[in-house]
Design a protein around this ligand. Structure first.
Ligand code: FES
Ligand SMILES: [Fe+2]
Length: 394
């Protein structure tokens, strides 16, 4: 028997796993394999995470991306690989407004062109080496990249949050996490209020009845009649004299998610699909009036930032941590039991999933028709998770 034949006879098939998007039969399997349309702006980090002269490594659906801030404060985003021997450029050094690879010192400008070689070229002409660059900007204290077709970047908009600017900006609370879970599980989680049992300690909402759910274009709108912010801790911060807390409006406004309670408590949730089982999620909560716990008075404006930090540490981050544990556990459960029967009771969840699947199909069709496909579809979200991932970022 030849070596090859022996290997073929003894080779065992690898462990089965959830199907890829193109092979998936059920809606659940399709949504759990779908990517997110790269032709939108995606938040990748808080601005404060990236000082001048530093790099930040991130990913979009498996594709490593380095964001760096030049000495003049300008942001740049490039493929996170050196065109020479594929080292991560995020391990390099920022010199002025260029990024220099740590190995042989090839230096890149903000568009990804190699502009300097720090070694002898052996009598050859200067190679025209380049890596891809991505549109990048900052808004709402977050850094955003546009991983898709750059020509579409100017026509896509980052959601406006007028309440956070002007003469009387609302109180704001930020939280972000990196969770080992598919992005669709996070969208299901943040808009599906059947999971109040998970939060029985904090009771941010309970007794929720879905009163409306509707798919309008690229947006799912839904409403619940519920009791918002009535738990032992959460009730201390909500001013019930001013805010109607008996219902909540939500939307999955693709690819972003948001809520509104009584026109006075709102949030946006921005999900970054890093790869098939890793997502970074950015929450911005904002409040029109915040009560001093145990009193009838609202918190003075100058104390709001401090107050929000305390509320974040005591209530919001532990509460969202419960969601993180749940979706990470759901991811592991799905990878083991992906063929188990599907028991989804909330009809709104079906709409989120329909929208995610449709948007991914539309992107795949557009991408196939492009002269140079993006590569995002073929990578299918596969990548080794970065060492820099952490469960609780901020
Ligand atoms: S690997 Fe980057 S310069 Fe050689
Ligand atoms: Fe939750």
């Amino acid at each position: 028997m030849t070596g090859d034949a022996r290997r073929a006879r003894t080779a065992r098939p690898g462990p089965p796993g959830p199907p890829a998007f193109t092979e998936a039969q059920s809606k659940r399997a399709r949504v759990r394999a779908a990517g997110m349309d790269p032709d939108y702006w995606y938040a990748v980090a808080h601005e404060s995470e990236l000082p001048r002269g530093k790099t930040l490594a991130t990913r979009f659906w498996g594709h490593p991306i380095v964001v760096y801030r030049g000495a003049d404060g300008t942001l740049h985003a490039l493929e996170d690989r050196c065109a020479h021997r594929q080292l991560k450029l995020s391990g390099g050094e920022v010199n002025g407004c260029h990024l220099t690879c740590t190995y042989h010192g090839w230096s890149y400008d903000g568009d990804g062109n190699v502009v300097h070689y720090a070694h002898d070229l052996f009598g050859r002409a200067r190679p025209e080496a380049k890596v891809a660059g991505y549109p990048v900007t900052s808004r709402h204290g977050l850094i955003w990249i546009f991983p898709g077709e750059p020509a579409l970047a100017p026509v896509r908009t980052i959601p406006a949050i007028p309440e956070l600017s002007g003469r009387r900006p609302w109180a704001r609370l930020d939280a972000s996490f990196t969770w080992q879970a598919h992005h669709s599980m996070i969208i299901d989680n943040v808009s599906d209020f059947t999971h109040s049992y998970l939060h029985r300690r904090f009771r941010p909402f309970w007794d929720a009845k879905l009163t409306r759910h509707e798919l309008i274009g690229d947006r799912v709108e839904l409403s619940y009649a519920t009791h918002v912010g009535g738990g032992r801790l959460t009730s201390r911060f909500v001013d019930r004299r001013q805010v109607d807390t008996t219902s909540i409006e939500l939307a999955f406004d693709y690819p972003y998610q948001r809520s509104d309670t009584g026109g006075s408590i709102k949030h946006w949730c921005f999900v970054l699909p890093m790869d098939r089982r890793t997502s970074r999620v950015f929450f911005i909560f904002y409040f029109d009036a915040v009560r001093i716990p145990g009193t009838r008075w609202t918190v003075p404006r100058r104390l709001l930032p401090l107050f929000m930090r305390v509320a974040g540490a005591l209530v919001v981050k532990p509460l969202l941590g419960e969601d993180g544990e749940a979706v990470e556990s759901e991811q592991l459960g799905y990878e083991t039991h992906y063929a188990a029967p599907i028991l989804e009771l909330n009809p709104a969840v079906g709409l989120f999933q329909d929208l995610t699947i449709r948007k991914w199909e539309e992107f795949l069709d557009r991408d196939r028709a492009r002269p140079r496909p993006s590569g995002i579809a073929t990578a299918d979200g596969r990548v080794v998770p970065s060492r820099h991932d952490s469960r609780h970022d901020r």
